[in-house]
Design a protein around this ligand. Structure first.
Ligand code: TRP
Length: 454
């Protein structure tokens, strides 16, 4: 529908055919490994329900506000990440730049985990047949520490991502986002029911749902903040770039509530799958990035039609991960096309290839290179920690400040209400309170506290 020509670009801008296209694509970006892999891992590592409570609070106080801000800025500017800042004020291009660096780093480890999903998809077809925590642990540990195999699967995942981005937004993103999310939600709900029926499930539910407030630390809050940004795809221009493809008549506030809601629902339900099983089978909840991958094989092994459910689950998770991965690559590609005059082919191949190489080292850091640590973290964990706990919140905070102080809340309000045509009762509160003060201040405080600066 949208295909405006820009004076400074050779290629016409692509756009989504409909608002449903935007919602599905934005939900496709948000829903991914963050919900099924990273969220349960962090809940387990940071003491259970207390993490969940803080996470939900930050979604409401910061996440939704920021999400709406990015969509609004992107649609107004009709540019991708860096270009959007430049269009409003040339001296703030660096805000977008922070996000692009974050995206680069995130995709390089994200694609490695995407490769794990492909491998587990194949294993699930064959059937896992193991419920012993020691054995599922060996399966996972043996695979990710292998010097070759996980890199091959990472290559497949990255090749798929590049291929979709190379074919462009309209034929790519929309087509793959449509059926996948409802299907993923259905299967996660089925798994949650199954998991909650396991013997000893109640203990897992208690861990996940009954908060122990003595466990709050500033590190927990920072990790929750990072996860909000990660899960909602904020702070690096994914949502901003998708916003720029959104039609001028669409309802931004509505779309900005739908997507965080669906995203949170899936993450929450994933916890209902993982934690009852963790406690029932005797896994260690704080076992780190492997938690989902060591727990699920046990669930599928003892479930009626476990092969079918297992393979369907990992297949849907793969699609969800792909729609997220393209939203990480697309802003960087769009930046090179719009700001540096590259064509889509060159941008997809060069950037994707570079990310593949960085990711290969991330994969090796789980095995042959696991001895190289900085601050007790291997390269994979470094990429994850720096991008999610540092770059995304900083990028997001400056984006909020940029929108409200530089671009101005009046302009943002005009855009978000489609020039006043749309009724948005909380508009003023959103722009002048939340975006201008509350969200950036919270991010700043959490950030300093999490780094141990006060
Ligand atoms: N939100 C996605 C997930 O949960 C990952 C993702 C896509 C992302 N685009 C992003 C994370 C931009 C941070 C920034 O799997």
């Amino acid at each position: 529908m949208l295909s405006q020509q820009h004076s400074d670009t050779q290629e016409p801008r692509e756009g989504f055919a409909s608002k449903v296209g935007f919602i599905f694509a934005a939900a496709g970006s948000a829903i991914g490994l963050g919900n099924i892999w990273r969220f349960p891992w962090l809940v387990g590592a940071y003491g259970g329900a207390i993490f969940l409570v803080i996470y939900l609070a930050i979604i409401i106080l910061v996440g939704i506000t920021m999400f709406m801000g990015e969509v609004t800025l992107g649609r107004y500017a009709q540019r991708s990440n860096v270009g959007a800042f430049k269009k409003i004020n040339k001296s703030y291009a660096w805000v977008g730049g922070i996000g692009l660096i974050a995206g680069f780093m995130i995709l390089s480890f994200y694609s490695v985990v995407g490769g794990w999903v492909i491998y587990y998809f194949i294993r699930a077809i064959i059937g896992f047949g193991i419920t012993d925590p020691i054995l599922t642990d060996q399966l996972f540990g043996g695979f990710i520490s292998n010097p070759i195999l996980p890199i091959l699967f990472h290559a497949v995942f990255m090749a798929l991502t590049i291929w979709i981005c190379y074919n462009g937004v309209k034929n790519g993103i929309e087509k793959y986002s449509n059926i996948m999310m409802p299907a993923l939600l259905v299967i996660v709900v089925i798994l949650a029911i199954r998991s909650m029926m396991l013997p000893g499930a109640a203990e897992g539910l208690r861990f996940y749902l009954v908060p122990d407030f003595t466990k709050i630390t500033s590190k927990t809050i920072l990790a929750a903040l990072g996860q909000v940004f990660f899960s909602l795809s904020l702070g690096m221009g994914s949502i901003l770039t998708y916003g720029s493809y959104l039609g001028k008549k669409e309802n931004i506030p509505q779309a900005s509530l739908m997507v965080p809601f669906m995203d949170t629902l899936i993450a929450f339900t994933a916890g209902l799958v993982i934690f009852p099983a963790v406690f029932s089978y005797g896994f260690e909840p704080s076992s780190g990035p492997g938690l989902t991958f060591v727990t699920l094989p046990a669930v599928f092994s003892e479930m009626p039609m476990g092969n079918l459910f297992g393979s369907a689950f990992f297949f849907l998770l793969l699609l969800a991960a792909l729609t997220s991965a393209i939203s990480l690559l697309e802003p960087i590609i769009a930046y090179m096309i719009e700001e540096h005059g590259w064509n889509r082919k060159r941008a997809s191949l060069t950037l994707g290839g570079t990310i593949f190489i960085i990711g290969a080292f991330a994969s090796l850091s789980m095995g042959p290179l696991s001895g190289f640590k900085i601050a007790d973290l291997v390269f994979f964990d470094q990429l994850d920690w720096i991008s999610n706990n540092l770059l995304l919140p900083i990028g997001g905070m400056f984006t909020a400040l940029f929108i409200s102080w530089i671009w101005g809340t009046d302009n943002a309000l005009r855009e978000v209400t489609n020039d006043g045509l749309l009724k948005f009762d909380l508009g003023n509160f959103w722009a002048n309170i939340m975006l201008k003060y509350v969200a950036p201040a919270l991010v700043f405080i959490v950030f300093l506290a999490g780094l141990g600066l006060f």
